[in-house]
Write a protein that binds this ligand. Structure first.
Ligand SMILES: [Zn+2]
Length: 326
């Protein structure tokens, strides 16, 4: 079974439709197989799946591995529906045949280290999440959700990469494919990532305890180079903290892992100047507001889930961290 079919079934197996619910008419004269997933008897074409605004322009060979020469790019209901569902480009998600769960960035690492039972699909449209998807994705139409309150507009466009069409199917929850935007599919090795996340968490703690800013901390985790401005004590410990990690920095997934390790808050600075001055973390973190918006985040202890996400309008408190909606 292909990833798009798992996602489509998880979302309720809906016929392809426009944003306003109008069904998209079927076509004739199509290829015998869906160009995207290979399923038999497709009834739509790529023109139904992608408007000019959302048409993928790169990685087309991976997008249509089953294209049949001499026919239009033909597509099945699952592939058309997944390509049109804007919510799927707004935030990371896991999908199984019985559901689709969106994950806020701050919970992504704990979700990746504790994924659902296979078969499932794991996608991280981080480009879209960073371009407003995580903040506004809840306004993208999704099956069985009630209409938005009066005065709120449906989100119908977003600068975001397609992910579902490129994703693979996970058959093993300890080692599985994660589709990262449209360009990279990485293998998540849960045991390895758990160890590395703990190591990166220790480095992050040392840096943040020394009041190193969020951006410098992220750079240090990615490059394994201690920030020049870090205190001498951190530089002294750095070789021990980073020992052995350079083996992994050339892996395609390393920048992703370094980017999703939660950062602890920096300690409050000694009182000087105005008492109304903002906390250091909010001053230093223009690049990562979703992370510092949280209350103090514990160091990642990979065996345990992270603290629950900050309540949001769409969060179901009964669900565990990785299964929250935005
Ligand atoms: Zn298909």
């Amino acid at each position: 079974m292909r990833a798009t079919r798992i996602i489509w079934e998880g979302a309720g197996s809906h016929a392809p439709h426009e944003f306003d619910g109008t069904l998209i008419p079927t076509r004739t004269g199509l290829a015998p197989t869906c160009a995207m997933c290979g399923d038999a008897s497709p009834q739509w074409s790529a023109d139904d799946a992608f408007s000019d605004n959302f048409r993928p322009l790169s990685h087309l060979a991976q997008l249509y591995p089953f294209a049949v020469e001499g026919y239009p790019l033909s597509m099945c209901a699952a592939c058309v529906w997944c390509s049109r569902a804007l919510r799927l480009r707004c935030a990371p998600f896991f999908a199984r045949r019985d559901g689709v769960w969106f994950v806020p960035r701050r919970s992504l690492l704990s979700a990746l280290l504790d994924p659902p039972e296979p078969p499932f699909v794991a996608c991280a449209p981080l480009y879209g999440a960073d371009h407003g998807g995580e903040a506004h994705g809840w306004r993208a139409v999704w099956p069985r959700e009630p209409a938005l309150p009066a005065g709120l507009d449906v989100l119908n466009r977003l600068q975001a990469k397609h992910v579902a069409a490129y994703a693979g199917v996970a058959l093993d929850r300890m080692r599985y494919p994660l589709q990262w935007d449209d360009h990279t599919r990485v293998m998540v090795d849960v045991l390895l990532w758990r160890d590395l996340a703990a190591r990166l968490g220790a480095m992050a703690s040392a840096l943040r305890a020394a009041s190193v800013g969020v951006t410098d901390t992220r750079d240090a985790l990615t490059t394994l180079r201690a920030p020049v401005r870090a205190p001498l004590a951190v530089h002294a410990r750095w070789p021990t903290l980073a020992r052995g990690l350079s083996t992994y920095t050339r892996s395609a997934w390393w920048p992703l892992l370094a980017d999703i390790v939660p950062l602890p808050d920096a300690p409050p600075r000694p009182e000087k100047g105005s008492p109304t001055k903002a906390a250091p973390s909010s001053v230093e973190a223009p690049s990562a507001p979703a992370i510092v918006a949280l209350a103090p985040i514990p160091r990642p202890t990979p065996a345990a889930p992270l603290a629950p996400a900050t309540p949001s309008p769409r969060e179901n408190p009964k669900r565990r961290g990785q299964l929250t909606l935005f």
